[in-house]
Design a binder for this molecule. Structure first.
Ligand code: PHE
Length: 438
């Protein structure tokens, strides 16, 4: 276990400007061009005084699992009203730009920035450009409360986009909820995230849907009878998805032959894999994130497990193929979109993105980030004013939004209802297999 920081103060608060006028502010920044905020005396938003204005700082980052399903107490500090007199609309974003899930945050920010640039080129929202202020969680849920506090109380943003990892969103959301600052996660799928309160939204589906779809697919299409599940017990997403998979697996008459656990950051999975190998399952469900999943795939093949591995959106990273390209061939995962879709909206999005990023194919994080940014822009427009309560209501009223990840509405639980895709890995990408509608 890593020692957790005893206060919610970032070890190093930095600000930097990225290409395209993107302001970065956050803990543990490791990007070129960044300097310590303390060196920037001209800064009115000095990020090194991170917790000024957050009297409720101690409540900012609860342990992720403790918050599951429980609405946050409303006893926190409501943020001062948004200052609408500025030349831009400041939107905060908290994502993992460094650390174990760095590609999640990097992909998300690329998609969000592309959407904001397009909106701004078309005249902005309510006559003003959108300005993205990004903060790095360093892939640590214990940093999420701190960086969200900074975005709200130092950067004074209108609303917040983020995080990807559900454990980080579960830590950041209570800060937004107490402050009454709308938060929209593009990609956190654990059901508990939006239960934090009425200011917390997501523009993606939830794990109950994807876990069940994976189990049905394994039973019906792959004809699997026995399954083993390998869960990251330090990850709310992995735990929730395992549970959803198993509920449906059992309903569908499948047999669970092994249930094993690991924890984020582990490198050696041989003990668990030896136990699983002994049970000879038809399928091994591994709903984790790409770094550990890659290592698990390599060690599973070494242990003689030849059956397909299956997982969820947490597999979607180019890094998975750097770690385990050979070992994940023919494996399946559920995801938010397929870059191979023939939908004209997706085709146009993929080609615009490739033109901007030297031919790179946008991953699912980029696609959901892009859609979330446009949902936010659309809601600000419908709110008709830079007012957080009105923006909250407008987000709740999102109906039939035509995104690159499908056409969707936000339901009464502040979740998006939308289709998923199942992909089969061939080479360095997931080939589209099928779409599952909600
Ligand atoms: N759904 C994952 C979670 O909630 C995050 C994720 C989304 C990862 C999309 C990859 C792609 O933790």
């Amino acid at each position: 276990m890593r020692p957790s920081s005893s206060t919610h103060r970032p070890r190093l608060a930095r600000r930097c400007f990225l290409p395209g006028g993107l302001l970065f502010v956050g803990a543990l920044a490791a990007l070129p061009g960044c300097k310590d905020a303390s060196q920037n005396s001209a800064s009115s938003a000095n990020a090194s005084s991170a917790n000024a204005g957050s009297a409720n700082g101690s409540a900012a980052a609860p342990s992720a699992s403790a918050s599951a399903g429980q609405p946050a107490s409303s006893g926190g500090q409501v943020a001062p009203a948004y200052d609408a007199s500025g030349p831009e609309i400041k939107i905060g974003a908290y994502f993992s730009l460094t650390g174990d899930t760095a590609t999640f945050g990097q992909g998300s920010v690329k998609g969000i920035q592309m959407a904001f640039d397009e909106v701004n080129k078309a005249g902005g929202v309510l006559g003003k450009p959108l300005k993205l202020i990004v903060s790095d969680t360093a892939s640590r849920s214990d940093q999420a409360g701190t960086v969200v506090n900074q975005l709200i109380y130092q950067q004074k943003v209108l609303a917040v986009l983020g995080e990807v990892a559900s454990s980080s969103s579960l830590a950041g959301a209570p800060v937004c909820q107490s402050a009454k600052v709308p938060m929209l996660s593009p990609s956190s799928t654990n059901p508990a995230v939006t239960r934090i309160g009425d200011y917390i939204f997501r523009s993606c589906f939830i794990d109950d849907f994807t876990g069940a779809a994976a189990a049905k697919f394994a039973r019906t299409t792959l004809k699997a009878k026995t399954a083993a599940v390998l869960t990251d017990s330090a990850n709310d997403y992995s735990k929730g998805l395992s549970r959803a998979f198993l509920d449906e697996w059992q309903k569908a008459g499948g047999t669970l032959v092994a249930k094993q656990f690991y924890a984020k950051g582990d490198k050696d999975f041989r003990g668990q894999l030896t136990a699983i190998k002994g049970k000879n399952p038809d399928i091994l469900y591994v709903p984790g994130y790409y770094t550990e999943v890659g290592n698990i795939a390599v060690q599973a093949r070494s242990a003689g497990i030849t059956q397909p591995l299956m997982g969820g959106d947490g597999w979607d990273s180019p890094k998975l193929y750097d770690i385990a390209q050979a070992q994940v061939q023919g494996c399946y995962f559920t995801n938010h979109y397929s870059a191979q879709s023939k939908d004209p909206r997706v085709v146009a999005f993929v080609s615009r993105f490739k033109a901007l990023h030297s031919g790179e194919t946008p991953d699912a994080l980029t696609a959901v980030g892009y859609d979330a940014a446009l949902v936010m822009a659309d809601a600000i427009k419908r709110a008709g004013a830079l007012d957080r309560a009105k923006l909250r209501d407008a987000l709740a009223g999102t109906k039939n939004f035509a995104g690159v990840t499908g056409t969707f509405s936000i339901d009464a639980n502040r979740n998006a209802v939308k289709p998923l895709v199942i992909l089969k890995i061939q080479g360095k990408e997931g080939q589209y297999v099928t779409t599952v509608n909600p």
